[in-house]
Write a protein that binds this ligand. Structure first.
Ligand code: MCF
Ligand code: FE
Length: 404
């Protein structure tokens, strides 16, 4: 048993002061240090530096590790030039991205306090790194293919990757999962098969959805910049599905939709009714010129995610929080700070069906401890000061084991 004490602890009931947490692989008790030590007299005591805050480990629900080699190859600024640049540089980027590079990014996430991430895997090349990573990894095998003729072959490849992620060793914290790339790139026939597979195996399910204006125009009217893209690369002029049909395909299984920046209030209300959730990627949306997700109007649960280095500059969750503070400049800043923390811990865990993300007896002992430079004036300010002052955390525990 370990007991960690700190000036502040973030619990489902808010921040509590001058308390401690007893844990082995799970959280066993929360209360004053002395009381916990009478219950667990032999516990190892972890005393944190003054002004420390204990958080549940943060959860980054959406990242593309395979694109970690990108620095300046992909075009930022607007979605379609970006997508064209992905087609142009994808092979080079993925070949340049070796295990050492991806491992470095897992460490970067870990040092920012991320104890669980959702890896969107286009090719399966990051599986080995994810198996060795300290973190819990929801391994989202991506299915893609809009052309009916090649869809079966691509689906077969997808099934092999799913099987590989299912046969990882028990020590690895890999949770096999399914990612449908997007409404414009996945044929309804394989979409249906992928959803059924996820449902049968109770695997988490995700999809990129309504990220850009171009996607909306294409799905609604078969027009816009995606039209020339499909003419050029796929020799087609009509979309394989529309917004409604795509959404309906997920009716019976809660899905984690990435972006949804261009979704209407009606569409969001529909997703909400069906129990879905959103992965909000503020920097990615800004860098690809996709717009701002109106989180102040959202009625459905959302998480905060970095997306990949294909549309970002770091996988540090605190960099993402700070960007979110700037992007959503009309939301009162303390309210927003608390919302971002809750979205990336408890809400993200619930979305992915995990037993971590909260400091509560019985939850997995995934913890991230950070140290503020001075004492906040009140509990209401702890979340904001944490976001503003943190680049790296001071301790990380996953299932009770120390990693930082
Ligand atoms: O989330 C961002 C932007 N939206 C869509 N896809 C990707 C992102 N970062 C990487 N991708 C991948 C995606 O998984 O790029 C490919 C897919 O494999 C785009 S489709 C040619
Ligand atoms: Fe993405």
């Amino acid at each position: 048993m370990k007991v960690i004490s700190a000036d502040h602890i973030y619990t489902p009931n808010g921040f509590i002061e001058h308390q401690a947490v007893a844990f082995d692989t799970q959280i066993r008790g929360i209360g004053p240090l002395e009381s916990l030590l009478t219950v667990y007299p032999d516990a190892e005591i972890i005393r944190t530096a003054p002004y420390s805050v204990v958080y549940p480990g943060f959860i980054n629900t959406h990242v593309h590790l395979e694109f970690s080699a990108n620095k300046t190859s992909l075009k930022y600024g607007s979605f379609m030039p970006w997508l064209d640049s992905v087609i142009e540089h994808r092979d080079d980027l993925v070949n340049a991205c070796d295990n050492a590079m991806m491992q470095k990014e897992c460490d970067e996430m870990l040092r920012s306090g991320i104890t669980t991430f959702g890896a969107i895997s286009s090719f399966g090349t990051e599986l080995e790194v994810c198996e060795k990573a300290a973190q819990r990894v929801v391994f989202f095998n991506e299915v893609i293919g809009s052309n009916a003729a090649t869809a079966d072959m691509l689906y077969g490849d997808f099934l092999e990757r799913v099987a590989a992620s299912q046969s990882c060793s028990k020590e690895a914290r890999i949770i096999p999962a399914v990612a449908v790339h997007s409404p414009y790139s996945v044929h309804p026939v394989i979409l249906q098969k992928a959803v059924t597979l996820a449902k049968q195996h109770k695997m988490p399910l995700t999809a990129h959805f309504l990220e850009s204006q171009a996607e909306r125009q294409w799905l609604e009217r078969g027009e816009g910049e995606l039209k020339s893209f499909f003419e050029k690369y796929f020799n087609t002029t009509v979309p394989v599905t529309d917004i409604e049909e795509f959404m309906h395909a997920f009716d019976t299984y809660p899905t984690h939709f990435a972006h949804a920046v261009q979704a209407t209030q009606e569409e969001l209300a529909y997703l909400s009714k069906k129990g879905h959730s959103i992965a909000h990627c503020p920097r990615s949306n800004r860098y690809l010129g996709c717009g701002r997700l109106k989180i102040e109007e959202l009625k459905l649960p959302f998480s905060v995610a970095t997306d990949g280095l294909s549309s970002n500059d770091s996988l540090n969750i605190f960099d993402e929080f700070r960007a979110a503070l700037m992007l959503h400049n009309d939301i009162p800043i303390h309210t927003l700070a608390e919302q971002l923390i809750k979205a990336s811990t408890r809400d993200a865990a619930e979305i992915l069906g995990l037993d971590c993300g909260k400091i509560e007896v019985g939850a997995a002992a995934d913890l991230a401890v950070l140290t503020l430079p001075a004492m906040p004036q009140s509990k209401e300010e702890v979340a904001l000061w944490s976001i503003i002052h943190t680049k790296q955390v001071s301790h990380v525990y996953i299932e009770g084991e120390k990693y930082v």
